[in-house]
Design a protein around this ligand. Structure first.
Ligand SMILES: Nc1ncnc2c1ncn2[C@@H]1O[C@H](COP(=O)(O)OP(=O)(O)O)[C@@H](O)[C@H]1O
Ligand SMILES: [Mg+2]
Length: 270
C-alpha cells in the first residue's frame, strides 16, 4: 500500500501553519524514520497519514484512497498509529480487552481478535498482564501495550510516534525487534524519533523536518551524515558517524561492521 503526501499544508484552528508544503512518497514495505526538533510538524504530518487530520491544502493518498473521502474508522484498517502518549488511546479495563479492541472494531471475530491480541501481547512481553487494568501497568509498559493494540490490528502500515521514549534498554531492544519483524513481513513502518542511534539501527530512509517542511529525505547514511543540516533541526548524527567523521574515515557507517569496514578502507587493509 503506497502513501502519497502531495504538497500539503496544514493550519490548526486559530494556530500557526504547522505544515508548509510537504511532499512525501512512501512505497509499500518501506521503513522510514522522521526526525527533527520539537514543533517541526512531525506528529501533525503522521496524523495526516491515517486521516486524523485532513490537509488544509494538497492531498494525502493512502493506497488509492484520498483521506478526505474516508472516515478515520475506515482508515484504521490500513494505517495503525501508536500515539506518543499512550493515555490518549486507552479505552478498556483490562490489557487483554484493550489490545483486542482494535481488531474487534475492524470486524474480526472474537476468537480472531483474541488470537491477534495474544500474539501482539507476546511480542511486547506482556502476555502475563492480560487481566491487569491498563492503569496498573507502569508507564513504559502502557506504551508497549498501546503498541500491541496496533500490532494486533495487523494493518499494512504502522506508525509509531516516539516509541522508545521512556523505555529502558530492554524496552528499546524489544521495540527494535518488533520493527524488524514488521519489516520482514513487508509492512510499511514509519517512526518519529529523537533516538538517532535507534533510527540508524533500523531505518533505511530518513526524513528530516524543520518548521513544517521537509529539509532532507533520503538513505539514512546520506541524511544522517549531514551534520550541518541536522544541526539546523537540533538533531545530532549517530555516534558512529560522528566518530567516523572525527577520524576522517570514508563513508558514513551506520553499524559497527560498517565502521570497521571504513577503518579498513582508510588503512588499506581488508
Ligand atoms: N492541537 C494543536 N493545536 C494547535 N497547534 C498545535 C496543535 N498540535 C501541534 N500544534 C502546533 O503545530 C506545530 C507542529 O507541532 P507537532 O506536529 O506536534 O510537531 P512535532 O511532532 O514535530 O514536535 C507546533 O508549532 C505546535 O505548537
Ligand atoms: Mg510530536
Amino acid at each position: 500500500m503506497n502513501l502519497s503526501v502531495e504538497n500539503i499544508s496544514f493550519t490548526y484552528p486559530g494556530g500557526a501553519e504547522a505544515l508548509r508544503g510537504v511532499t512525501l512518497d512512501i512505497a509499500s514495505g518501506e521503513a522510514v524514520a522522521i526526525v527533527g526538533e520539537n514543533g517541526a510538524g512531525k506528529t501533525t504530518l503522521v496524523k495526516h497519514l491515517n486521516g486524523l487530520l485532513k490537509p488544509t491544502r494538497g492531498r494525502v493518498i493512502v493506497g488509492e484512497w484520498d483521506t478526505r473521502e474516508h472516515t478515520v474508522a475506515k482508515m484504521a484498517a490500513r494505517v495503525g498509529f501508536v500515539f506518543q502518549n499512550p493515555d490518549d488511546q486507552i479505552i478498556e479495563r483490562t490489557v487483554g480487552d484493550e489490545v483486542a479492541f482494535g481488531p474487534r472494531q475492524l470486524g474480526q471475530s472474537a476468537p480472531d481478535a483474541l488470537a491477534n491480541a495474544t500474539a501482539a501481547l507476546e511480542m511486547v512481553e506482556l502476555a502475563a498482564e492480560s487481566g491487569t487494568h491498563p492503569y496498573d501497568l507502569t508507564a513504559p509498559q502502557r506504551k508497549l501495550m498501546t503498541l500491541a493494540s496496533v500490532l494486533a490490528m495487523r494493518t499494512p502500515v504502522v506508525i509509531f510516534d516516539e516509541p522508545t521514549m521512556g523505555q529502558d534498554a530492554r524496552g528499546v531492544a524489544l521495540i527494535g525487534n518488533i520493527i524488524e519483524t514488521l519489516k520482514s513481513e513487508d509492512r510499511t513502518v514509519i517512526i518519529i524519533t529523537h533516538d538517532i542511534d535507534f533510527c540508524a539501527d533500523h531505518f533505511e530512509r530518513v526524513v528530516a523536518m524543520a518548521d513544517g517542511r521537509v529539509l532532507a529525505d533520503g538513505p539514512a547514511a546520506d541524511v544522517l551524515a549531514q551534520a550541518d543540516l541536522l544541526a539546523t533541526t537540533n538533531v545530532e548524527p549517530p555516534q558512529l558517524i560522528r566518530l567516523a567523521q572525527a577520524l576522517g574515515l570514508p563513508g558514513a557507517p551506520l553499524s559497527t561492521d560498517g565502521f570497521i569496514a571504513s577503518l579498513r578502507r582508510r588503512d588499506g587493509t581488508r
